[in-house]
Design a protein around this ligand. Structure first.
Ligand SMILES: Nc1ncnc2c1ncn2[C@@H]1O[C@H](COP(=O)(O)OP(=O)(O)O)[C@@H](O)[C@H]1O
Ligand SMILES: [Mg+2]
Length: 305
């Protein structure tokens, strides 16, 4: 009887010891996590606004060739057409494949002002900056990591943007160094995801969306590009691919801002350096970009303070 009691009391004391040890371990773990978070926060660059720039809008997608640059260029030009009193900037953050020089028909080299800052080049009333203005076509091909970040730093900070209401940022494909540098350095008002309706594009765009969610960047919405073509005979819209973009919008609790058709003229006008919104401001496609500009303005006006 006595030995049973001793065994019981030993077991109880072991249980208490284990519970105490567990509680101690948990407290230690929580303390470690807290210190880790503090260290990480210290290591990250602080968000620093660009002087005089009010709202920064990213145009992004996981995939290349889906129409990010076309959307960014037409959106920037449409913002200026729709709201001429506003100052609009366009930053081409695609260091490896800048598109803004071609699409905005700009090929000068920016001049340095007396503050040693570069003056953006201007066309269609939009102030533009791109790595393409600063170096020959293939010079950045073998850059990586630090060099890309230094180039971006130059494009972000060593430019005299002047008073700018909307700075539209065209980004490269993927979720790599460029995105992290932009997201960790700049206070971004919101991001637009551009995707085509095929699963391969949607899948990669989803990763872009997850990155924005993780970095707490609001997603303004999705642009479904090349979503349909017009039948040459009857001019009705033919949907080429499925409705996967609807699911993507639902997943991120956001909206499809616009469906932009696959239209020869969108491509040929970009290639000529006259965005369709400038060359044919009243055609259906231009109207879609104008609506997109309205939506972005509304988003900015209603952004959480
Ligand atoms: N809606 C569209 N209709 C026709 N061509 C388009 C459309 N959107 C983009 N393009 C063309 O597709 C190509 C890739 O577009 P781009 O904007 O450079 O893509 P990204 O910046 O995503 O790599 C370009 O030649 C562009 O003119
Ligand atoms: Mg591009």
């Amino acid at each position: 009887m006595y030995s049973t009691f001793r065994q019981f009391s030993r077991n109880c004391s072991n249980i208490i010891k284990n519970v105490n040890r567990l509680a101690h371990n948990e407290a230690k773990k929580a303390d470690l996590e807290k210190r880790r978070a503090q260290m990480m926060a210290k290591g990250l660059p602080k968000l620093k606004p660009i002087p005089n720039v009010k709202d920064i809008i990213l145009v992004s997608s996981g995939k290349g060739g889906v129409g990010k640059s076309t959307t960014a260029v037409n959106l920037a030009a449409a913002m200026k057409v729709e709201f001429p009193e506003k100052n609009v900037g366009l930053l081409d953050a695609d260091v490896f494949g800048p598109s803004v020089p071609l699409m905005m028909n700009l090929d000068d080299t920016p001049i340095l002002n007396d503050k040693n800052l570069m003056e953006p080049l201007v066309n269609y009333g939009v102030k533009c900056m791109s790595m393409g203005f600063l170096m020959s076509e293939n010079a950045a091909l073998i850059w990586r990591g630090l060099m890309v970040m230094q180039a971006l730093e130059r494009l972000m900070r060593q430019v005299e943007w002047g008073p700018t209401d909307y700075l539209i940022v065209d980004t490269p494909p993927g979720t790599g160094d460029t995105h992290l540098t932009l997201l960790q350095n700049l206070p971004i008002t919101g991001a637009i995801l551009v995707t085509t309706p095929q699963s391969a594009s949607i899948q990669v765009t989803r990763r872009g969306g997850v990155m924005f969610e993780k970095m707490k960047i609001p997603i303004i919405g999705i642009v479904e590009n090349m979503s349909s073509i017009k039948c040459p005979a009857c001019r009705s819209n033919i949907q080429l691919f499925g409705n996967g973009v609807d699911d993507l919008a639902e997943e991120f609790e956001t909206q499809i801002l616009q469906h932009i058709p696959l239209e020869k003229e969108i491509n040929s006008s970009s290639d000529k350096g006259v965005p369709i919104i400038i060359g044919k401001p009243n055609c259906n496609e231009a109207i879609v970009y104008k609506k997109l500009a309205q939506q972005v303005k509304e988003f900015v006006e209603n952004k959480p303070k």
